[in-house]
Design a protein around this ligand. Structure first.
Ligand SMILES: Cc1cc2nc3c(=O)[nH]c(=O)nc-3n(C[C@H](O)[C@H](O)[C@H](O)COP(=O)(O)OP(=O)(O)OC[C@H]3O[C@@H](n4cnc5c(N)ncnc54)[C@H](O)[C@@H]3O)c2cc1C
Ligand code: FES
Ligand code: FES
Length: 1366
């Protein structure tokens, strides 16, 4: 097999040289810990690489790295995460970023154009990274597939296109349109399967569709810098620079000399480095003195094959190991070897994501497992197949078994792993010859929150069995059972089980005994989460591995079964999902309305192409002004403690630190204010007492963001609790201490009827049942960020990524003690907000402004993900206790709720919560509804609004109650929903004026429509049939309605017409991905077109919406509550009406003179006639400002009873958008909200420790949905009900309501679990079979498995044994 031998002598260099988008950079001075991302963002104009996580978990920072391979004489290109790639390691490389593929100046790349046209970019922060993933997939496809394709398409397949982006996170779109943009390049795509786009119309022929897609010709889009590279780097460039302490040995001898030479003497800290991806997990704060790059030592990068097996060099990237294994599996077709290699490769493809595997080395993974107990997948597999490793230990080279390697004490930083040997496996030879009916059985397993990787497993396993078959059954000659990642130091073998199984004929009894032994072997260390679940996974996996071989009576067992088993081609319900399908299909039904043209057109989002190319400017992309400093927050890690002082671990202060800003720095006349909202100001700094874990103690300011972060991370805070009360950390404690916030009377929701009367009418009651709901983190891709620039005359300009610049403006002025006219807050766009960029965005901004004010220098800050997750607050957790009375037919007569909301330390927007909860819960007719809702003040970070705040919980509570009622009555929950549906009269009773007219109550028809469009009744029958025949996979289906009340807000706008007829618009609403600017543009064009002159048809092209500037447009308010787009449109419409009125008489005069009047001429004349062409307006809604939104959804899921994994097979949604202002934008909001809801209900655990400090604080522990977790079939209809003349331009809101629909997935999962529990009961289980169970939110794998029975396998085996006695 061919290796990466380097026969061309490497060229040593003492200067770092590389290209970025064709521009050559020579770097003579650099800290070797500098990442490529840091360099690109601070030292080049290329800002498309975004920092989303800094730990390899999101893909926002992707670049294409190209390198000339002088041996193969070709360019090798691969994507890499620039946040982990060390700059020194790109020596000799060409780096391509998204703006390097194409841009607004040189022309966009077809990838950018298709992302824009398929509506695949909302906030745009993830988009450049997505584009790079796709570009690399296209480039690889062109190289590896030699087949011809039709013009305009790549050789990429649909499946490869989808897989290309499984490692990239997007929090806005819900992924479906991104997948469509990617699939549009695929050779095997069926264009009919692609969703709504700006290229073709429904009904266009295939030829027309192809002709309208932005042209793609692979030859035109190869890496444009190839020639430069070839000429510059004819040989491998290696870097040996004493100045920056980076060494690149090219032989083992050189490495040995380096490790034992002067450079590492005197206790110098060295770091061996390959891909540096390990830093994504460990985020080392330790500083290294020397770096030694292992990638250029040929022995560490070759693959050697001999008779005994294959040796992989330790520095080989995992992606290359996978390629070699796949190739090898094709050639090693005997003895099960092909199976082993195929399985290893398949498993490795679930490690991290493609872009990490491209640089993550095999050796790096194993050293992390050995030295730091990293929960490695590879270690478990290698243990099972009996591998060995070669090492350089001190001066000696040695070869030891992999098991020995693992069990050694952590290896020394100077020990080097050279290679890994995977043996060719052969079945046991008996008496010197292989038995005839022998076989090798090999399988690997992992259970993780995301099926396709980018998530560490709860447990992984790899099993190798050497078996033979005779007439009596299957005999186990030998077996190796390896388990890992379950909370042990490293992967282990279950030796007692292995010993027990060796020599046994497989039977259910033997398996039962093996399972018992296994449960003693797999024990997680103290402190590991879900230990019982992890143990049950071990049992499930062993069971899956062997059960099909324990076939009842021995006469069933024959050679073909053995063969089949050995090849593991089986696809039973116990086999692991090897290559789970991604999206099978998606259908969108949207209707455009022409009434207010161009409002109603599915126009692509404003700025989508520049978002894709990475040219769109976010706050952190604004170049730093000269002398700029960077800040990081130092937060308390304890609740309610006295802060005695801050010190730094290193003395003097860590490098670059300029100041530590705290309360003492608040100027005279200023106040300690870090934010203001509706309910008063909130402090910026904790002062003497930190009230909660996450409270800001100080703001450390340094010369770079890296130095500021480092200083904040290593700051040591002295605490003391003397004389302080214990903190309140639970809602129960808050109740005991009467620690509450008030809800102003006008925000209190209204009760309906008399509870005791309603309860008296009931046939059945459930009293004091409890539900607990946790929090959710926003996970906007762009974390909190601001840039404050002191200006003349004691004024301050602050750029903030914020949903309410006006509030920040006030807070900054008060903090600095300056008049408000001395502050200017500018916000252009947000990289996602979801409610999280209200108060917490002000914290960062006021801190920057205060530091800038004090130091008279610009100060900026971009929070690292961990700090952001600690301070964010997130969704409100709550405890709900309810009592409900109902009739025997399921009709509820009365409901009472006691809700304790954990609001955290301050009010924030919490007083709005009760209203949200109750309005969404009122979607059913409860007969009587009463409640007592308390806002508990606790020592947690203050909880804030998160998309559909309160409503998502209210809607969920309603469903949880009806589910419980249905199970008490043994009724179908769908019937219970039906019987509790509102009539129009009861709707009016519950919602008063917000209910609107009868004609607006579209829910009943939507409810029926979604049943027929999804084939609901047929699905129920199919699922019953499926569940009867499948033991280990159970399906469920659920149909759920939603009602969501919104209120219009006040919004200002200014519309100005310039000399050339172009129009500039300012609005209070902020563009944060929801398409507000696009709708505003359309509304402006519509409203100005009412002047009715020539040239107004394309007026939309003349409109530009510009950033919000609080001095230019005052009273901007807050962008929230789903209605800011429509209110902003109403405001611009008012401005346009004013302008039209001002222009009308001039137009009439001109028309009389010259006949038809052109828009541009009219405007020119208007300027000449001194007509005021700037109009300002403040839209204040009148009358009833509230209305209801409706939707209904059907979801179907499949639950794996063995692992607790839930697969969403299909979702059908119908959502009433009124007359959508832009169906493409609204569809994006609907799908994106649904997927964010999916995260809340199924995946995202936002957990704190006992002090209230968030511990799920990274992409490692917090799992938002990825492409592989959304519905396989995702059908959405944007209903144009057209009944809404009272609404702005007849439209309705859609930003938040569809999030509630994700509860359907939860309910379907509950239905599937119920089937598993019925089955468990049939096996004799008593516990865990009650149908009235509550499924916790989020319904993660451990939660689902727990309810399906952690002991399901044991119960099944017991039942089989009791029936057959075998
Ligand atoms: C987002 C993400 C997700 C991941 N998911 C998974 C997963 O699901 N399963 C899994 O198994 N792994 C996972 N990993 C781990 C990944 O496989 C490792 O980070 C990677 O293999 C390390 O290789 P590297 O070349 O980047 O090592 P580096 O980061 O360069 O080095 C890691 C450590 O090993 C040392 N080292 C490296 N090579 C050698 C050597 N040859 N001899 C001695 N010391 C050496 C280094 O000094 C350092 O201490 C994930 C990583 C990331 C970033
Ligand atoms: S920022 Fe690099 S992967 Fe997230
Ligand atoms: S568009 Fe993907 S994160 Fe916003």
């Amino acid at each position: 097999m061919e290796g990466v031998k380097n026969s061309v002598a490497p060229t040593p260099s003492d200067c770092l040289v590389f290209d970025v988008n064709g521009e050559t950079f020579e770097v003579t001075e650099i800290d070797p810990s500098t990442t490529l991302l840091e360099f690109l963002r601070t030292r080049t104009p290329f800002k498309s690489v975004k920092l989303g996580c800094g730990e390899g978990g999101c893909g926002a920072c992707l670049v294409l790295l190209s390198k000339y391979n002088p041996v193969l004489k070709q360019i090798e290109s691969y994507t890499g995460s620039s946040c982990l790639t060390l700059l020194c390691s790109v020596n000799g490389c060409s780096v391509t970023t998204s703006e390097g593929l194409g841009n607004s100046k040189d022309g966009f790349h077809p990838i950018h154009q298709r992302f824009a046209g398929f509506h695949a970019s909302q906030c745009g922060f993830c988009t450049p990274g997505m584009c790079m993933s796709l570009f690399s997939a296209l480039a690889n496809a062109e190289k590896s597939h030699c087949s011809q394709t039709s013009p305009g398409f790549s050789t990429l397949t649909v499946s490869e296109a989808e897989k290309a982006i499984t490692g990239n996170l997007c929090r806005c779109t819900g992924y479906r349109p991104i997948a469509d943009a990617c699939k549009s390049f695929a050779a095997d795509v069926d264009l009919e399967d692609l969703g709504i786009n700006a290229f073709w119309q429904k009904g266009d022929t295939k030829e027309v569709k192809v002709s309208k897609l932005p042209a793609y010709n692979p030859q035109d889009h190869t890496c444009p810098y190839t020639e430069v590279l070839k000429d510059e780097y004819k040989s491998t460039r290696i870097l040996n620079v004493k100045k920056y302490s980076w060494y690149t040995p090219v032989t083992i001898e050189e490495l040995r000399n380096l490790l034992h030479s002067g450079i590492v003497e005197n206790g110098a800290k060295i770091k061996l480095v390959v891909g540096n991806t390990g830093d994504g997990y460990y985020k080392e704060t330790e500083k290294y003195d020397k770096y030694i790059d292992l990638r250029y030592i040929p022995e560490l990068s070759v693959v050697k094959k001999d008779n005994s097996g294959i040796e992989f060099g330790a520095a080989l990237p995992i992606s290359k190991v996978i390629i070699y294994l796949k190739e090898e599996s094709k050639s090693n077709l005997s003895s099960g070897g092909d199976l082993v290699f195929t399985r290893i490769a398949d498993h490795m493809e679930k490690i991290a994501s493609g872009f990490i595997r491209n640089s993550a080395s095999l050796g790096g993974n194993l050293v992390m497992a050995q030295r730091k107990n990293f929960p490695s997948d590879i270690a478990t597999i290698l243990l099972a197949v009996g591998s060995s490793v070669s090492m350089l230990t001190g001066n000696k080279q040695e070869k030891i078994t992999f098991e020995e390697f693992l069990y050694r004490p952590p290896i020394d930083p100077k020990d080097v792993l050279l290679g890994v040997h995977i043996p060719f496996l052969e079945p046991t030879r008996i008496h010197g010859s292989v038995q005839s009916n022998w076989g090798l059985l090999f399988e690997t397993y992992r259970a993780a929150p995301r099926p396709l990787g980018n998530a560490l497993p709860y447990l992984n396993a790899a099993f190798l069995a050497d078996i033979c078959c005779d007439k009596n059954g299957i005999l186990v000659n030998h077996v190796r059972l390896a388990f890992g990642a379950y909370g042990t130091k490293h992967a282990t073998r279950a030796r007692k089980v292995e010993e027990y199984l060796a020599g046994k004929k497989l039977s259910v009894r033997v398996l039962d005994e093996a399972v018992k032994l296994l449960k003693d072997a797999v024990v997680s260390e103290d402190g590991t989460s879900h230990p019982a679940y992890r143990k049950s996974l071990a049992v499930s996996f062993l069971f899956s591995f062997l059960i099909d071989l324990c076939g009842g009576s021995s006469k069933d067992l024959n050679e073909s079964l053995l063969e089949q088993a050995a090849k593991s081609n089986k696809d039973t319900d116990t086999s692991p999902m090897r290559n789970p399908p991604l999206l099978s299909s998606a259908k969108q039904v949207v209707e455009s309305s022409k009434d207010y043209h161009p409002v109603g057109e599915p126009m692509p989002k404003v700025g989508a192409a520049i978002q894709a190319s990475g040219e769109a400017v976010y706050v952190d992309d604004i170049p730093s002004p000269p002398n700029c400093l960077h800040g990081a927050l130092i937060c308390s890690t304890k609740p309610l403690v006295r802060v005695k002082g801050i010190s730094f671990d290193s003395k003097p202060k860590p490098s670059g630190v300029a100041a530590v800003i705290s309360t003492k720095d608040i100027p005279e006349g200023g106040e300690n204010i870090g934010g203001t909202a509706f309910f008063g100001p909130e402090p910026l700094f904790a002062g003497d007492i930190a009230r909660f874990a996450g409270d800001v103690i100080a703001f450390v300011v340094a010369d770079t963001q890296m130095h500021a972060n480092f200083a904040a991370t290593t700051a040591h805070v002295d605490y003391d609790t003397e004389g302080l009360d214990p903190p309140i950390l639970t809602v129960e404690e808050a109740v005991k201490k009467s620690s509450f916030f008030d809800v102003p009377p006008h925000l209190c929701p209204k009760e309906v009827g008399d509870f005791s009367k309603g309860l008296a009418e009931a046939d059945h009651k459930i009293l004091s049942a409890e539900i607990n709901l946790g929090s959710q983190y926003y996970f906007y891709m762009e974390t909190q960020t601001a840039l404050a620039i002191p200006d003349e005359d004691n004024s301050m300009v602050v750029y903030i990524s914020i949903q309410c610049p006006e509030f920040a403006h006030i807070a900054i002025a008060r903090c600095l003690g300056i008049p408000e006219h001395n502050v200017r807050v500018i916000t252009r766009r947000l990289g996602g907000g979801f409610g999280g960029k209200i108060l917490k965005a002000m914290t960062v901004a006021t801190a920057c402004a205060l530091a800038a004010h004090k130091l008279r220098r610009p100060v900026r800050s971009y929070l690292d993900r961990k700090t952001d997750m600690i301070i964010a607050g997130g969704r409100h957790p709550m405890k709900i206790t309810y009592s409900v009375g109902f009739k025997s037919n399921g009709k509820v007569t009365a409901l009472h709720l006691d809700i304790l909301i954990n609001a955290g330390i301050s009010e924030d927007v919490s007083p709005f919560m009760p209203h949200g909860i109750i309005t969404a819960l009122k979607k059913y007719n409860w007969g009587v509804l009463s409640f007592d809702i308390k806002l508990c003040k606790t020592n947690h970070s203050s909880k804030s609004a998160m998309r559909a705040p309160g409503d998502v919980q209210g809607s969920f509570i309603a469903e949880a109650i009806l589910e419980r009622v249905a199970s008490m009555l043994s009724m179908e929950v769908d019937s219970v929903r039906n019987i509790n549906f509102h009539t129009y009269d009861s709707l009016k009773l519950f919602y008063a004026d917000a209910a609107g007219d009868l004609i607006e109550y579209t829910l009943p028809s939507i409810w029926d429509k979604v049943a027929s469009s999804s084939g609901f009744m047929q699905n129920i029958a199919n699922i019953e049939q499926f569940n009867r025949s499948s033991i280990w996979r159970k399906r469920g289906v659920s149909r759920v309605p939603i009602v969501y009340q919104v209120s219009l807000g006040k919004v200002p706008a200014k519309v100005s017409i310039l000399w050339d007829g172009s129009i500039v618009v300012e609005v209070g609403g902020i563009e944060m991905g929801q398409g507000l600017w696009t709708k505003v543009k359309q509304a402006t064009a519509y409203a100005l077109s009412l002047i009715q002159c020539d040239g107004t048809e394309d007026l939309v092209e003349k409109v530009r919406v510009v950033q919000s500037d609080t001095l230019s447009l005052v009273q901007g308010g807050m962008t929230s509550g789903s209605t800011s787009s429509e209110s902003s449109c109403a405001a611009v419409r008012q401005c346009c009406n004013i302008l039209v009125e001002r222009l009308a008489s001039l137009k009439k005069t001109l028309q009389e003179k010259v006949g038809s009047v052109k828009w541009n001429d009219l405007i020119l004349q208007a300027h000449n006639h001194s007509i005021n062409l700037a109009a300002h307006s403040y839209f204040v809604p009148e009358g009833s400002t509230s209305y209801l939104n409706y939707g209904a959804v059907v979801s179907q899921v499949e639950v794996n009873v063995l692992t607790g994994e839930t697969t969403i097979l299909r979702t059908d949604m119908i959502y009433d958008c009124g007359q959508s202002m832009n169906p493409a934008v609204d569809l994006g909001q609907i799908e994106g909200a649904f997927v964010q809801g999916l995260g809340f209900f199924m995946l995202e655990e936002y957990l704190a420790n006992e002090d209230g400090l968030m511990i799920t604080d990274s992409t490692w522990t917090y799992k938002i949905p990825t492409l592989d977790t959304i519905p396989k079939q995702f059908n959405v209809e944007v209903l144009n009900s057209g009944h809404h003349q009272n609404r702005i331009l007849s439209s309705k809101a859609c930003g938040e309501p569809p999030l509630l629909m994700a509860v359907s997935v939860y309910c379907a999962t509950r239905a599937a679990i119920n089937e598993a529990r019925k089955q468990l009961k049939s096996w004799g289980a008593v516990e865990g079979t009650d149908p009235t169970f509550l499924l916790d939110v989020p319904a993660t794998l451990p939660v689902v498995k727990q309810l399906c029975g952690l002991n399901a396998v044991e119960m099944y085996l017991k039942s089989r044994l009791s029936h057959s006695g075998s």
